[in-house]
Design a protein around this ligand. Structure first.
Ligand code: ZN
Ligand code: ZN
Length: 223
């Protein structure tokens, strides 16, 4: 227990009970995200992209753990603000537990999508990176913090819709200029907090596929 716990005791985002930001009771009430094809958003076993929906430089599937609502939504939104580290740790633990029960594709690497957090976290701390690292470690995936970099400051995606979102994102990512000893991984989980339209993830996947990554899956906390 740190000094902050005495000044501001942790209480659950859902029920207000003291002790944690996400109590077991409230997390158990969160709905698991149904597996869908990331393109047409219809049901798909284990989240595999339908054969007919596949794109040449697209993502091969999507794993999301919870529906984006309730306490999970509150917790994710809070990651940008105060006490982000502890909230992030609690989310990571629940996330890892849930992922252990899922059928996951054979993917060797995990990298976070470099967007959103850098700009918006008031502490300048990339919480998605921290959660991604914990998830990777526990799932025996190799973690690459900087496979992709963000090129330009995009207008907040929230304010845009459909085609405008896509346009706004075009060219926004590129491969980090690793030195020549760096081998481009074969299979990658692109990690993000929330999957909404998927436009961000698809833009990031395009860059990875162009660079020679054969398999790209999306992995998000919520959808
Ligand atoms: Zn609770
Ligand atoms: Zn589909």
């Amino acid at each position: 227990m740190g000094i902050l716990d005495f000044v501001f005791p942790k209480s659950c985002f859902g029920c207000g009970r003291e002790g944690r930001y996400l109590c077991l009771n409230c997390i158990a009430k969160c709905f698991p995200a149904k597996p869908i094809c990331p393109y047409c958003k219809h049901h798909s076993i284990d989240g595999v992209t339908h054969i007919n929906c596949r794109k040449k430089l697209g993502i091969d599937g999507l794993t999301s753990v919870w529906e984006y609502e309730g306490v999970i939504r509150k917790a994710i939104l809070s990651l940008k603000y105060k006490y982000a580290t502890e909230i992030g740790n609690e989310i990571s633990d629940y996330l890892i537990n849930s992922l252990r029960a899922k059928i996951l594709p054979s993917v060797q690497y995990l990298t976070p999508i470099p967007i959103y957090w850098y700009r918006q976290n008031t502490r300048g701390f990339n919480q998605s990176l921290e959660i991604g690292k914990r998830v990777a470690d526990s799932m025996n995936l190799r973690f690459i913090p900087d496979l992709l970099i963000k090129n330009k400051s995009t207008v907040s995606q929230v304010e845009l819709s459909g085609e405008k979102r896509k346009k706004n994102l075009q060219g926004s990512f590129s491969l980090y200029p690793h030195n020549s000893s760096f081998t481009t991984p074969n299979s990658v989980f692109l990690f993000d907090d929330v999957f909404t339209t998927g436009s961000t993830m698809m833009e990031a996947a395009k860059v990875l596929k162009r660079a020679g990554v054969e398999k790209v899956w999306g992995l998000t906390i919520a959808r």
